[in-house]
Design a protein around this ligand. Structure first.
Ligand code: FES
Length: 109
């Protein structure tokens, strides 16, 4: 079972915002949607844009480079069903947000 890894303090990512972190050599975009945290791989599959520096509107994340859009809950691309960005489990432990990379253990991502 993959381990839970601290990614941020909860107050660093208020509702409606997103931030970029490097955790265990992976770039992760951590989003807060109405008080619920979601983690999605932070490198855009188009040309590697920084999704954690993108714009969050509801669950829709827009890449800052060319505007590709992803749902931070499912990882689905806004237009093409062929494109899906990995998403990761998130939990809050007190004031700390933790992430777990399920795709490294064969679990759902
Ligand atoms: S790098 Fe993200 S849309 Fe082009």
């Amino acid at each position: 079972m993959a381990e839970w890894i601290p990614i941020a303090r909860a107050d660093e990512c208020p509702p409606g915002t997103i931030l970029e972190r490097v955790v265990a050599d992976r770039v992760v975009a951590l989003a807060n949607v109405a008080g619920v945290f979601h983690a999605i791989d932070g490198l855009c599959p188009h040309q590697g844009g920084p999704l954690g520096a993108g714009r969050l509107c509801g669950t829709t994340l827009t890449c800052p480079w060319h505007g590709w859009q992803f749902d931070v809950v499912t990882g689905r691309h806004g237009v093409s069903p062929m494109v899906r960005q990995p998403v990761h489990e998130v939990r809050e432990r007190g004031s700390v947000v933790e992430v777990r990379f399920c795709d490294q253990t064969g679990g759902a991502s």
